[in-house]
Design a protein around this ligand. Structure first.
Ligand code: GCU
Length: 337
C-alpha cells in the first residue's frame, strides 16, 4: 500500500470506529458489554493476529456475546505510534505496540529494549509476567490513560540486507538499516557498524525496494510475512536482542468492565500470552523453511565482535532512564538461567 492510501484507509477505519455506538456506562460507571477495538500492525498470517482472534472468541463466549474484541490488522488503525496515541485518547481501546514505542513515553521502558537483556523467550516471558518485577513499570503510563497488560515475544531479531552477508560490524559500514522509532535502537544499530534509519514498520518494504534502505532488522516471521526477503535476501544471525510487544489498554475503558468481566478478560489474556508463545515457535520454524525454499541465505556471524560493539550500550541507556529501569534490569538479570 502507498502511504496516502494507507492513511485514507486508516482514517476511514477510524471514522467507522468513531461512528460506532460509544460505550454506555450504567450508574455504577460499569459497562455491561460492548466492542473493544484492538489495533495491530501485523498481517492476518502473523501469529499475533491468530492468537488475538482466539482471545476475542474466548472472551465473547465466556461473556455470552456481551463483549467483542475487534482486531484491526495491517496498521488499519494507524501505525504503532498513531495507534498508541489513539489508545491514550480513547478512540481505540487496545493496541499491540513494540517496546520501542513505550520507551518514547517513559524512558524506563528502555530496559526491555536492550540487546542481550533476555537469555531466551522463556526467560523473557517469566520476567514480563512477574508483577514483582514489572508492576511499577506497567502502571507508570496511567497518567496518560494507558495500562500495560503484558505481551508477546518478538523472538530474536537479526540483521538482513540487500547487499550481502553481515558477519561483522565492518560489513555494515555505509549501510542504511531500518530500526524502530527508538533512541536506544538507533544507538544500537550505529554501534553495530551501520547507519540507523528509524521508520514505521509498514514503510520498510518500499524503502528496501527503492534503495532508500540497504537493510533492516527483525525476526524471521516478520521478514517472511512482510515479504522483506524479496528485497533483502541475506539474513545474518546477529540475534542482537529478543524483542517484546505489549498489549496496552485505555485505562478508563478497561476500568469500566464489571469485575466479573474483567476477570474473564484477564484470565483469557493470560492464556493468550501462553498460547502465543507456543504459536511463535511453530511460526518461526515454518517461516524458516518457507524462506529457505524462497532461496534466502542464513549467514552465521562473529557473535563476539557484535557483543563487544554493543557492550557499552546497556550502561549508557540505563543512565538516561530513571531508577525503576535499573531495578528492573537487575531483577531481570538475576532471573537469567
Ligand atoms: C516485530 C514486532 C512489531 C514491530 C515490528 C517492527 O514485527 O512484532 O511489533 O512493529 O517488529 O520492526 O516495527
Amino acid at each position: 500500500t502507498s502511504k496516502p492510501f494507507a492513511l485514507a484507509a486508516a482514517l476511514s477505519a477510524l471514522a467507522l470506529v468513531l461512528a460506532g455506538c460509544g460505550p454506555a456506562a450504567d450508574t455504577a460507571g460499569e459497562e455491561r458489554g460492548g466492542t473493544l477495538r484492538l489495533a495491530l500492525n501485523q498481517s492476518e498470517d502473523h501469529p499475533s493476529y491468530v492468537a488475538l482472534e482466539n482471545f476475542s472468541d474466548r472472551v465473547r463466549e465466556r461473556t455470552q456475546g456481551r463483549w467483542n474484541i475487534d482486531v484491526y490488522p495491517n496498521e488499519n488503525l494507524g501505525n504503532q505510534q498513531e495507534s498508541l496515541q489513539l489508545t491514550s485518547d480513547g478512540s481505540v481501546d487496545l493496541a499491540i505496540v513494540s517496546g520501542t514505542q513505550l520507551e518514547n513515553l517513559n524512558r524506563d521502558f528502555v530496559v526491555f529494549n536492550l540487546p542481550h537483556v533476555f537469555e531466551s523467550i522463556e526467560h523473557q516471558m517469566r520476567v514480563i509476567t512477574d508483577p514483582s518485577i514489572v508492576g511499577d513499570l506497567y502502571s507508570s503510563l496511567e497518567d496518560r490513560n494507558l495500562t500495560v497488560l503484558g505481551g508477546f515475544t518478538q523472538g530474536a531479531r537479526n540483521i538482513y540486507s540487500s547487499r550481502g552477508p553481515v558477519t561483522s560490524p565492518a560489513d555494515l559500514a555505509g549501510q542504511k538499516i531500518r530500526v524502530q522509532e527508538s533512541k536506544v535502537h538507533a544507538d544500537m544499530l550505529d554501534s553495530m557498524g551501520g547507519a540507523a534509519t528509524p521508520m514505521a514498520y509498514g514503510e520498510v518494504y518500499t524503502a528496501l525496494q527503492s534503495g532508500v534502505l540497504e537493510g533492516a532488522e527483525n525476526n524471521e516471521v516478520s521478514y517472511e510475512t512482510q515479504k522483506h526477503y524479496e528485497v533483502a535476501p541475506h539474513f545474518s544471525r546477529t540475534e542482537h536482542l529478543i524483542g517484546l510487544d505489549y498489549l496496552v489498554a485505555n485505562t478508563d475503558r478497561l476500568d469500566r468492565l464489571p469485575p466479573t468481566d474483567r476477570a474473564v478478560f484477564d484470565e483469557e489474556w493470560a492464556a493468550t500470552m501462553r498460547e502465543f508463545t507456543d504459536l511463535w515457535t511453530t511460526a518461526t520454524d515454518e517461516a524458516i523453511s518457507e524462506l529457505r525454499s524462497q532461496g534466502v541465505q542464513f549467514h552465521p556471524v562473529d557473535d563476539a565482535a557484535f557483543r563487544e560493539a554493543l557492550a557499552p550500550l546497556t550502561e549508557q541507556a540505563l543512565r538516561t532512564a530513571g531508577p525503576t529501569a535499573r531495578t528492573v534490569y537487575e531483577k531481570t538479570r538475576a532471573e537469567a538461567p
